[in-house]
Design a protein. Structure first.
Length: 162
C-alpha cells in the first residue's frame, strides 16, 4: 500500500548510531521529516544527507526534527555520519521493518541488483503522526524534491513564507 498525504504514519523503533532506540512516538507533538536512502557512502545518498545537513536550521528546531533511515548497520551509519558531519539521527533499518511498513523496500537495486535496500524517499509527518508529504522515488539517482518538502513545512508553520 503506497502511503500518501493524510495517512497515519507507520510506527517504527530503530537504533541510531549511538545504539539508542528511536521511535516515531519520540517525536509526538513535533513535525518529523523522514528520509529513507539506499546506502551510506554512495554518491546520491551522500548528496541527499548533506543537503539535509546544509539546511539543518530548517529541519532540526523546536517545531521540527529529521531522521535518515537506511538498511545499513548502525556502525556503518556512525562512520558515515562522522565523515559527513551530520548532526541529526541516522537510523538503522537493518531488519527492513520500517522500509516494509512505509512501503519503500526495493525488490532489487538497479545499481548492482542488490535486494532489500530502501528506495530513496521522503515523508513529512506532523505532530499527530499524519503524513503531510510523501515522495517515493523509483530511480535511485533522483533526489527528493526539497522545495516541495520546504513548502510543506511552511504550511505546518515550521518555515516562514518569505
Amino acid at each position: 500500500m503506497t502511503l500518501k498525504k493524510g495517512d497515519k504514519a507507520p510506527s517504527f523503533k530503530l537504533f541510531n548510531t549511538e545504539k539508542k532506540e528511536i521511535s516515531l512516538e519520540d517525536f509526538k507533538g513535533k513535525n518529523l521529516i523522514v528520509h529513507f536512502f539506499p546506502a551510506a557512502f554512495t554518491g546520491v545518498c551522500t548528496a541527499q544527507m548533506c543537503t539535509v545537513r546544509d539546511a539543518i536550521g530548517l529541519y532540526h528546531n523546536d517545531k521540527c526534527d529529521v531522521v535518515g533511515i537506511s538498511v545499513d548497520m548502525p556502525f556503518t551509519l556512525g562512520k558515515f555520519k562522522e565523515m559527513q558531519n551530520l548532526s541529526f539521527n541516522l537510523l538503522s533499518d537493518f531488519n527492513k521493518e520500517a522500509s516494509n511498513a512505509f512501503d519503500v523496500l526495493c525488490a532489487s537495486w538497479t545499481a548492482m541488483n542488490l535486494k532489500g535496500v530502501s528506495k530513496r524517499s521522503a515523508f513529512v509527518i506532523d505532530g499527530n503522526g499524519i503524513i503531510q508529504y510523501a515522495e517515493v522515488l523509483e530511480n535511485a539517482s533522483d533526489m527528493p524534491n526539497f522545495a516541495a518538502i520546504n513548502e510543506t513545512l511552511k504550511t505546518l508553520g515550521v518555515a516562514s513564507s518569505n
